[in-house]
Design a protein around this ligand. Sequence first.
Ligand SMILES: [Zn+2]
Ligand SMILES: [Zn+2]
Length: 346
Amino acid sequence: MRDTYKRAVFVGPRQIRFDELPIPVPGPYQALVRVRACGLCTWEQRSYTGVEAFYPLSSGHEVAGELVALGERVYTDTQIGERVVASMLTRCGYCESCRRGLDNLCDNARRQYQGEGVVGPAGLAEYVLIQDYQLYRAHHEVPFEELCLAEPLACVIHSVRKARVELTDTAVVVGAGVMGLLHLALLKRAGARVIVSEPDPKRAEFARQMGADAVIGSADDFFADQVLELTDGRGADVIFCAVSVGMVVKSSVEAVAKGGRVHVFASVHPRGVGVLVDPNLFHGREITLTGTKGQNKEDMRQAVQLLSHRAIDLGPLISLVLPLERLEEGLQAALRSDTYRVVITP
Ligand SMILES: [Zn+2]
Ligand SMILES: [Zn+2]
C-alpha cells in the first residue's frame, strides 16, 4: 500500500490544486475509507464557479467506498473491505439543534470537519477519515457510482417525509434536475401522482421517461392555471420547489389546494431577496409553507437501504464518470444543462 494519497482542494474560482498527503491512521472512534466514487453536487459546482464559496475548500460530500481501517472503540458490524457510504456532512450530537432532533441543522457542522488545515468534507480524494457515526454499510453488489447518490437521495427522503405525502396525493415537482428527478422517483414510490414543471424540453422529456404523470412548463404566470387544470380546479396537495428561484414559492402558494403544502427544498440565490405572497392564502386556505435542508441519520439509513435493496434505480441519473485527475472536466460537464450527476472515481 502506498503511504500517501491525492486530495483535491478548491483554492479559488475555477482553480483546483491536488495535494499529496500521508494516508492517515484512524484514531479512536474513527474509520478510514478508500473513496471509490464521489458525486459532484450543486455545492461542489458553486464552489468551483465561486458563486458561493470559501477557500481553500476540500470539497466532495457524496462519498461511497470501501472500509480500509477502523480505530479503537468503533463498534460496527462492517468488515474491512466492505462497501460503505460515508455521510460526509458532520454533526456534533450535543448542540441544541442536534438534541432537538435537527442534527441536519447542527450548530457546529462546519467546525467538525476532519484534520488540521482542512476545511470541507474532503471527499474528492483517494481516502477519507471519518467518525464512526458517519459510516453506513451497503450491499456489495451496488455499484459505487450509484451508492454515492445515497447522500442526495437522503436529502430528498428528508424532504418527502416532512411534506407528509399520502397515497393518491397530487404532487408537483418544480425543476427536473437531479434533485427534482429524485423527488419524482420517491413520490412515485410513495403512491403520489406526480406533475413535473420544467421549461427545458430535453429535461421535460427525461422526466416523462422517469415516470412523471404530466409535465408542464416553467413556474411562471401560467403555472397556477396549468396545475389547476390538471387537478379539477383543486390545486396540488403538495408542491416541491427544487429550483433556486424565489418566485417559484409565490407561484406555488397560488397553485396549491386547500390544506396543501408548499415545500422549499432548494436554496434560493441571491440570498435575502424576498417574494410577496398574500397572507390570506394561509389563513383562508390553510396552506402550509415549509422547507428542508440536508438529511439526518434516519434519512441516510433509508437511502442506503433503498439502494442496497435495489428498490430504486439511480443509474439513469449518472451522466458521466471520470477519474480524479479529470475533476475540472467533470465540474464543467456538471454545470451544463444536458448532464445530471457527474461522478468522480478517485
Ligand atoms: Zn450539533
Ligand atoms: Zn449533495
